[in-house]
Design a protein around this ligand. Structure first.
Ligand SMILES: [Fe+2]
Length: 307
């Protein structure tokens, strides 16, 4: 998707499932909001250059939360530009203490890419990006350190992973806390109180009907609360797609043993899916293949989901 100028010199760039969407303020003292997944750094760099920003000139990164699909480029950009990184105080704590658990890195078998968190964004604080003022809204649930950004003047909301149009990110109470589903509902209540013209989510295209997105998310979260098995199946589905995108292709024979070597797969099956490992894998993969989400070619598996 080409960059879209949503405010003067302020661009929205839509990515896919593996990389969170980006926002770039391209004028004097450029600012980036969310920097994608580490292995797709070259593409991210090209996209940033595409709106005329030199990485070495970046003055600040704002991270909506410390998950790998949103902070992947932070360390590299910081090394190349010396920029600061602004984020919620919990995110700063994760970076300061080199916490690879709360950031999901260890749980989802990722290499940690710690960076220097230099500025804390408090709930209700106004952060100016060039001439544009954004209000910080704390939105825990999917991530304990999640923040959304609201531009009151133009009624724009950067919701990150607190609100998508017609789906939800993985909810992982194991890490984000057993109250994370309740927190996610409270965060939706907060977003519902805003006057919003357009929502720019962490993944997927912008949308205007915030009310129906909130209603859909509430329904999903209540479904999760009623059925922990649904939480487990959703984690497995989304993490399988994430893993396939990360690796491009995986040999069919090796995939299930690989999953069994990860922390998240066994843990999710043990805690939420009755300790069933192979049956869960087979059921989900058969469904993915039938629906054309996963392709099987000469013993190799890949996905059609956009990275
Ligand atoms: Fe995300």
């Amino acid at each position: 998707m080409p960059p879209r100028e949503i405010l003067e010199d302020f661009y929205f760039i839509e990515r896919g499932f593996l990389n969170g969407n980006h926002y770039i303020y391209s004028s004097k003292a450029p600012v980036l909001i969310d920097t994608g997944f580490i292995t797709h750094w070259c593409r991210t760099k090209d996209l940033i250059a595409g709106v005329g920003v030199e990485i070495s000139e970046v003055s600040l990164i704002i991270s909506t939360h410390c998950h790998c699909d949103h902070v992947g480029g932070n360390k590299l950009i910081q090394e190349l530009s010396g920029c600061g990184v602004a984020l919620h105080e919990l995110g700063k704590k994760y970076m300061d203490t080199r916490d690879d658990w709360e950031t999901w890195w260890r749980y989802f078998d990722q290499e940690p890419v710690f960076f220097d968190a230099t500025r804390v964004l408090g709930d209700g604080e106004i952060i100016d990006i060039g001439p544009h003022s954004w209000e910080v809204i704390y939105t825990p649930g999917h991530a304990r350190d999640a923040v959304a950004l609201y531009n009151r003047a133009e009624r724009l909301l950067i919701s990150s992973d607190a609100l998508w149009e017609s789906d939800m990110p993985s909810m992982v109470p194991r890490i984000e806390g057993e109250d994370s589903l309740d927190k996610a509902l409270e965060s939706l209540d907060r977003l519902e109180g805003l006057d919003v013209k357009t929502v720019f989510p962490g993944h997927g295209p912008p949308f205007c009907d915030i009310a129906s997105a909130i209603e859909g998310s509430r329904k999903r979260i209540k479904g999760y609360i009623d059925s922990p098995e649904r939480v487990g199946r959703d984690i497995v589905k989304k993490a399988i797609v994430f893993y396939l995108l990360m690796k491009n292709t995986v040999s069919e024979d090796s995939f299930f043993p690989r999953l069994m070597d990860t922390t998240w797969y066994r843990d999710t099956c043990d805690r939420l899916l009755g300790g069933e490992y192979e049956g869960v894998y087979k059921g989900i993969m058969d469904d993915f293949i039938e629906r054309g989400i996963v392709l099987r070619n000469d013993g190799a598996l890949s996905t059609v989901v956009r990275p």
